[in-house]
Design a protein around this ligand. Structure first.
Ligand code: HEC
Length: 132
């Protein structure tokens, strides 16, 4: 009787391990796929023209998306998602925006209606991989 219980637990343990291994294997490629989709969306929606594919930005004009300062500014994905949705929209009609417009400086567009939430989530996953 005791050995039967032993066999039972060993079987359960083996099944658990097999599922864990499949789970870990399965998640890797899926994660990479989302990052790759995010990269394509980053290009498609024109983020790349201002921020660059490596997220380097343009000194004095467009902030970079790849250093530790940026990471500290956006500790959570939600905060970054919100920023991408709003763009420079929150500053509309401010003195800063008037200066930007007058000097023809790049203005971060509002993406709330241009991108779906799903798309922005994938873009953020891609941006997270740019960190130096
Ligand atoms: C026309 C140029 C332009 C385009 C296109 C653009 N951005 Fe920006 N982006 C900016 C500028 C300028 C800022 C700084 C404005 C600010 O912080 O209010 C900025 C700020 C940001 C920030 C915050 C950076 C920080 O340090 O606070 C993020 C994140 C970002 N952009 C992501 C994106 C993504 C993702 C896209 C595409 C969906 C995109 N941007 C498209 C110009 C652009």
């Amino acid at each position: 009787m005791e050995s039967k219980t032993g066999v039972f637990f060993v079987t359960i343990a083996c099944i658990t391990i097999i599922f864990l291994v499949i789970g870990v294997w399965g998640c890797g490629p899926r994660k990479n796929k989302e990052v790759e989709e995010g990269k394509q969306l980053f290009i498609k929606h024109g983020c790349v023209t201002c921020h660059g594919l490596d997220g380097a930005g343009q000194p004095g004009k467009v902030p970079n998306l790849n250093d530790s300062t940026f990471k500290e500014l956006y500790p959570t994905d939600d905060k970054m998602i919100e920023k991408i949705k709003q763009g420079d929209g929150a500053w509309e009609d401010s003195e800063m925006m008037n200066v930007k417009k007058k000097e023809n400086l790049p203005i971060m567009p509002v993406f709330e209606k241009k991108c779906s939430n799903e798309e922005i989530v994938r873009i953020v996953k891609f941006i997270r991989t740019l960190l130096k």
